[in-house]
Design a protein around this ligand. Structure first.
Ligand code: E4P
Length: 217
């Protein structure tokens, strides 16, 4: 399973890119709105920092508007992937854009049927929202597993991005459920490194080393 960062913050992207674990970025209008700079200025910088797909979402809800926005965003960099919500007009746009060679990530997926519609329209990626489903008492990870099963069962050419990840346990569960990608907030990506036994191990290795150095003097 590949790891993407779910953010429009350049400092977070810069740091995570240095760790060597990043395969791509996803953004959404809420994440973009948190930044001081305009998203049209941020997007080219994101594409320079990360060598992988960068999802940028359209705001329009009708076909012509989506196509216009998508073409503009896709022209920024070959790695830009257009994010479109799972609505009928959106799937019409997915069909047209994928015929033009523009990859689409269909977002706000909360059911297997929605994922199936996205796959049939020709989307490259589908994003089930794990945390938001958990919030209403359903299992987001079960949905990821079901979508992966349907994709494999019917040989569909689409990748699953486990989105709306809230904690490290979501990441490992998404990997076990067969997600191709998890898109992770910066805080959660940092938490993934941590384990109390790793901290204790580093501490004892260093103190043993220092003791032996002192004894040799
Ligand atoms: C997906 O690509 C979205 O950007 C994101 O994962 C949504 O997460 P949230 O539910 O934490 O807003």
């Amino acid at each position: 399973m590949k790891l993407y960062l779910d953010t429009a913050n350049l400092e977070e992207i810069r740091q995570a890119a240095q760790w060597g674990v990043l395969s791509g970025i996803t953004t959404n209008p809420s994440l973009a709105a948190r930044e001081d700079e305009d998203f049209t200025k941020i997007l080219p910088s994101i594409c320079e920092l990360v060598d992988g797909p960068v999802s940028a979402e359209v705001i329009s809800l009708e076909y012509e508007g989506m196509i216009k926005e998508a073409r503009k965003l896709a022209a920024v960099h070959p790695n830009v992937v257009i994010k479109i919500p799972i609505i009928p007009e959106g799937m019409r746009a997915v069909k047209a854009l994928s015929a033009e060679g523009i990859r689409v990530n269909v977002t706000l997926i909360f059911s297997v049927n929605q994922a199936l519609l996205a796959a049939r329209a020709g989307a490259a990626y589908v994003s089930p929202f794990v945390g938001r489903l958990d919030d209403i008492g359903n299992s987001g990870i079960e949905l990821v597993r079901d979508i992966v099963d349907v994709i494999n069962l019917h040989n569909l050419d689409i990748e699953v991005i486990a989105a709306s990840i809230r904690h490290p346990e979501h990441v490992s569960a998404a990997a076990l459920a067969g997600a191709h990608i998890a898109t992770i907030p910066f805080k959660v990506l940092r938490q993934m490194f941590r384990h109390p036994l790793t901290d204790l191990g580093i501490e004892s290795f260093l103190s043993d080393w220092k003791k032996s150095e002192a004894n040799r003097k």
